[in-house]
Design a protein around this ligand. Structure first.
Ligand code: ADP
Length: 161
């Protein structure tokens, strides 16, 4: 189980995501952060911006790479020769959705793909990209929730500079 993928929209990346990346990086040989381009959500940041913010945040980890992808996660995983997905679980509200996705991924991959869940660190349990965007939009300081560069990009996006 050397190489794993941590997929998501990361719109934008938060300290909650980075906590999962850091912990995965110490557990697995290689972590690919997969940035979803065809998210059903209407993202605030473009695929390039979302990717760039993660690249900047993980630059000190040798075994983490950031790749964006289109289409079905399991097709991308086959191409990359990855069979394990890492996802973060914050609260019971995440559970039902995550369970459904994990089980359907197993089914359509004919049991060749599995999902590993890491429970969120307590200090980030409440944190989501949506909450960060909501605060940033009204000019609230979000430096406790996201790296400095991301806070800067949020200000720029909401024309608060
Ligand atoms: P999605 O993949 O649903 O678009 P995100 O990009 O926000 O959502 O999240 C990607 C993954 O990171 C998901 O597994 C999500 O549960 C997890 N995650 C999001 N915020 C946190 C957090 N604060 N702590 C731990 N895991 C988180």
């Amino acid at each position: 189980m050397g190489k794993v993928i941590y997929p998501g929209s990361f719109d934008p990346v938060t300290y909650g995501h980075l906590d999962i990346i850091k912990r995965s990086a110490s557990m697995f040989e290689e972590v690919v952060v997969g940035v979803l381009s065809n998210s059903a959500k209407n993202p605030l940041f473009s695929l390039e911006e979302r990717t760039e913010m993660i690249v900047e945040a993980v630059k000190d980890y040798d075994n983490v790479t950031v790749i964006n992808f289109d289409g079905l996660l399991i097709d991308f995983m086959k191409k990359q020769d990855i069979s394990v997905i890492v996802r973060g679980l914050r609260a019971v509200t995440d559970f039902e959705y995550e369970l459904q996705i994990a089980q359907s991924n197993r089914k359509i991959s004919k049991d060749t793909i599995d999902t590993v869940f890491l429970t969120t660190s307590i200090e980030y349990a409440y944190l989501s990209s949506s909450i960060v965007k909501e605060y940033a939009r009204y000019g609230t300081d979000v430096s406790e929730f996201v790296p400095e560069y991301v806070a800067f990009k949020l200000k720029e996006k909401y024309k608060l500079m």
